[in-house]
Design a protein around this ligand. Structure first.
Ligand code: SOE
Length: 405
């Protein structure tokens, strides 16, 4: 549907969202908030249908999140002619089948990470969206934290010079209690892997975006708690409790993973991801060291970027703390123009995790309106999946493994 606003053709993108747990909630919020912060968007989302399995919970979430209608059948969602974009936030093993079916049904496709549970399936999803000629995007939301996009701008601008090191940590601790049940994130047949695909996938996407291709990896993975109580009902997300005396199930994914990497540009990389780092809740951190300086980002202080500039005068060398909330920072200027003032709030009034999704949806809407590809898309997702796959093989074979182009 096309609506005209001050002479500008603004498309309406009618969205069908699959899933209403953590990511379904984050994506719903992004569709609601995007028009408020991005009035210049070339297309605006219409929150048409929320799709999920449990009727009662689905209706309650649709009401709370602001969806017009609900569907318990994915097939029926695809058959509707009032849906332009399908957004997939279901558990990992459903991503590819849904993405392929949505592309074949003529819809644009937005999918939560990781795209697939293995490389072959990820390639199937890419082939389907390319054949359909639709817009496709993978939700690696952290790229659009303004401080991370500033890091991208600085590295691309040569401000760090030749890059020597990439160092990434993604540390959580929610899985440490033995009574956290056999939820989908700890089951290989559903998740594909544990901390590797759930957390290190984010660090790998950022590394590929900021530094370029990874040539080969060495990797070791570990499952610290091998048995967990089964859930009597399908789990809903990041936890939940099993009933007393529940049967014990076997965890077949990694609780923690460490990867060494060599980049095509000659840089050395280390990655660590775990759900067993007591005290760290969502510590998505990276550091880049180059010939002209270093950058450090920490999601738990997401408005900040630390920058060490080798060119600073000798008596004031040191990491400076940039707060990426000024109009000059990515996403922070109204209408994208610093002279028009702040997009969100005045400088230093900081923004949050949810804004990384809102910024992502803005770029997705513009891509659908203009037909121009947006990143990260399924091409990028396959590159990330190729590194994940190489890590799993390296861990099994206890050897360095080349990452296929
Ligand atoms: C749980 O580990 C989780 O929700 C991940 O699935 C997300 O991708 C990450 O951004 C936050 O933690």
């Amino acid at each position: 549907m096309v609506v005209f606003k001050e002479g500008l053709t603004v498309k309406q993108v009618r969205v069908g969202l699959v899933g209403y747990n953590f990511m379904g909630r984050a994506h719903s919020n992004a569709y609601r908030q995007m028009p408020f912060y991005f009035p210049e968007a070339r297309a605006m989302p219409a929150m048409k249908v929320l799709c999920g399995r449990t009727k009662e919970r689905l209706a309650a979430c649709a009401e709370q999140f602001g969806w017009e209608d609900t569907e318990t059948s994915f097939k029926k969602l695809l058959a509707r002619d009032d849906i332009d974009l399908v957004d997939i936030t279901s558990p990992n093993n459903q991503h590819v089948e849904m993405a392929v079916a949505a592309a074949e049904a003529g819809k644009h496709v937005f999918c939560e990470k990781p795209l697939a549970t293995n490389l072959a399936d990820a390639k199937k999803a890419l082939a389907a969206v390319k054949k359909a000629g639709c817009i496709h995007m993978i939700c690696h939301n952290y790229r659009r934290a303004p401080a991370v996009s500033l890091a991208k701008r600085m590295i691309a601008n040569g401000d760090l010079g030749e890059i020597y090191h990439w160092r990434a940590l993604y540390l959580q601790d929610w899985l440490m209690p033995p009574d956290v049940p056999m939820m989908w994130r700890v089951q290989k047949r559903i998740a594909g892997s544990g901390s590797l695909g759930d957390l290190m996938a984010h660090s790998i996407d950022l590394a590929l975006w900021l530094l370029g291709d990874i040539s080969r990896v060495s990797c070791t993975m570990k499952t610290f708690i091998k048995k967990r109580p089964e859930l009597s009902t399908f789990d809903t997300g990041l936890g939940g409790k099993a009933e007393a005396g529940a049967k014990m199930g076997t965890v077949d994914v990694d609780d923690g993973v460490i990867t060494l990497a060599e980049f095509a540009n000659g840089a050395l990389g280390t990655f660590e991801a775990t759900r067993f780092a007591a005290g760290h809740k969502n510590y998505n951190w990276f550091e880049v060291n180059g010939s002209k300086g270093s950058l450090i980002f920490n999601l738990e202080r997401m408005n900040e970027l630390q920058f060490y500039n080798c060119a600073d005068p000798a008596d004031r060398l040191g990491f400076r703390l940039i707060q990426a909330t000024a109009n000059e920072h990515p996403f922070m200027a109204a209408m994208g123009d610093p002279s028009k003032g702040p997009r969100f709030w005045p400088v230093a009034h900081i923004i949050g995790y949810e804004h990384t999704f809102i910024n992502t949806v803005f770029d997705l809407m513009n891509a659908i309106a203009t037909g121009k590809p947006v990143q990260p898309n399924f091409e990028d997702a396959v590159r990330t999946q190729a590194v994940l796959d190489a890590c799993e093989r390296a861990s099994k074979e206890r050897a360095w493994v080349k990452v296929p182009k």
